[in-house]
Design a binder for this molecule. Structure first.
Ligand code: BG6
Length: 477
């Protein structure tokens, strides 16, 4: 048995974390261009004053401005992906390269040409591009004018952007995703949706409004994709939020259900086409009156996705018992309490390969749609030895155990899984900290947290390991 023939093995990045080339060829300033690096990055962007200061008077080093300069190195990088045998490469289109201010009347031809060249380069090696329309970046102009996705005005602007890229890349791109980790807006509104929260009391209402607008935009994108690229498949993307009850106290299990349904409710709408009953009640109880268009119900109903994709790094544990809620976990911005049965990465993300089997089964049972793992990996510091080698056995161990769990879900549990793209297949800027030293790649990039380095690429030990995994279709681990 094993993985099906044609299983899509590959790797993933996001435009803002790898491209660099700030303002080059007409690119506009995006929300990701105004975030400093460092462990305090998430706190900085949650602080309305700090983020506004970065927008109005940018000072200091902004890692995304240069990133790993994939914009100029893409040919070399894709050749390396091809050497590993990639069948698929996930990246995103930077909306600001196509519509620099988000609301421009005409698209920027130089930006469109860049992605033409990039997708052609992938296809040259038989690598399918898997393209996210929106991976956490939008024109800063749209944050200034409408407070990001909190403003309904963005929906038609996104529709125009989506239609522009579908028309341009039809035939070149067969797999699309609408919004990256759509549930992340609840945790980091500025990163997820370009929303600045001035008044914490209004945070929840703003987030639900931003998510509603994204859901409508996602459904419109699905409809546009079907119309313009009928042979393509378009999916949703959610950050996996598997949580374990810390104890068998019934309250802990309820806490788990509550955490999970709050994280999956947006995917529920993307798959089923309507809001879950509990969510309507919850919003009413909270006095959150979503501003919705007259046609929204119909649009959501008509724009359901073909498949469900997700990121998986970690799981969390939840408890309502004050005796254990003290020690927080930090996995992928979800928090929760620390699970004493799991080890943690250097960044405190708890490592749980079996949790991937749990996630695959949970999502397949819930949605009965084909699944795609579009992010998984270990962020770790790497050491370059005197001879230039990088012996990242810890990364190989992490990935091996996760691939085994994935294999069981496919083989034993019968989950329909289309593919697997590891996160940060080449070292890139970390989204949560802006650091380079939090590395995920099979390919090392010589650059440090201050932006210094030659940008030279080199193969890590995991590069050769993954090459064998792909060549054997997951048999040689
Ligand atoms: C996911 C995001 O949440 O996690 C990526 O979609 C991100 O953009 C990845 O890079 C890993 O997180 P980090 O903070 O380690 O880069």
């Amino acid at each position: 048995m094993g993985f099906p023939k044609g299983f899509l093995w590959g790797g993933a990045v996001a435009a803002h974390q790898c491209e660099g080339a700030y303002l080059e060829d007409g690119k506009g300033v995006s929300t990701c261009d105004v975030m400093h690096g460092g462990k305090g990055r998430m706190a900085e962007i949650a602080d309305a004053k700090a983020i506004k200061a970065n927008i109005e008077q940018p000072k200091g080093y902004f890692p995304e401005h240069t990133a790993v300069d994939f914009y100029h190195h893409y040919k070399e990088d894709i050749a390396l992906f091809a050497e590993m045998g990639f069948k698929v490469f996930r990246t995103s289109i930077a909306w600001v390269r196509i519509f620099p201010n988000g609301d421009d009347a005409q698209p920027n031809e130089a930006g469109l040409a860049f992605y033409d060249a990039l997708f052609d380069e992938c296809r040259k090696y038989g690598i399918e591009p898997l393209v996210t329309l929106s991976h956490w970046e939008m024109a800063i102009n749209l944050t200034k004018k409408y407070n990001g996705w909190a403003g309904r005005e963005i929906v038609p602007l996104f529709d125009r952007y989506a239609r522009t890229v579908f028309a341009r890349y039809k035939g070149k791109v067969k797999y699309w995703l609408t919004f990256n980790e759509i549930n992340m807006t609840f945790h980091v509104p500025f990163l997820g949706s370009g929303v600045i929260v001035d008044d914490p009391a209004k945070k929840e209402a703003l987030c639900y409004q931003a998510c509603h607008n994204q859901l409508v935009a996602s459904a419109l994108a699905v409809k546009a994709c079907r119309e313009i690229c009928p042979d393509a498949k378009i999916g949703s993307m959610v950050a996996s939020a598997i949580a374990y009850p810390y104890s068998c106290r019934p309250e802990d299990t309820w806490e788990r259900i509550d955490l999970e349904r709050k994280n999956y409710c947006l995917t529920d709408v993307q798959v089923r086409g309507y809001y879950p009953a509990w969510l309507k009640n919850y919003l009413a109880e909270k006095g959150i009156d979503l501003k919705a268009g007259a046609d929204d119900e119909r649009i959501l109903h008509e724009g359901t996705v073909d498949f469900v994709s997700f990121s998986y790094y970690s799981t969390s544990a939840v408890s309502t018992d004050p005796a254990v809620t003290g020690e927080k976990g930090t996995g992928n911005l979800f928090g929760g309490v620390k699970n004493p049965y799991l080890k943690s990465s250097e960044w405190g993300w708890q490592v749980d390969p079996l949790g991937l089997r749990v996630a695959l089964n949970f999502l397949y049972d819930r949605y009965q749609k084909p699944l795609f793992i579009v992010e998984n990996g270990l962020g770790a510091k790497d050491v370059v030895e005197a001879d230039g080698s990088i012996n990242d056995d810890y990364r190989i161990d992490y990935l091996r155990e996760h691939v085994k769990a994935m294999k069981t879900a496919v083989d034993v549990d019968g989950v329909e899984l289309w593919g697997y793209t590891t996160w940060g297949c080449i070292d890139i800027i970390s989204a949560s900290t802006g650091e380079m030293s939090k590395r995920y790649g099979f390919i090392y990039v010589d650059k440090d947290d201050e932006g210094k380095g030659t940008l030279a690429r080199s193969r890590k030990k995991s590069f050769f390991w993954y090459k064998d995994v792909i060549a054997s279709n997951g048999e040689k681990l």
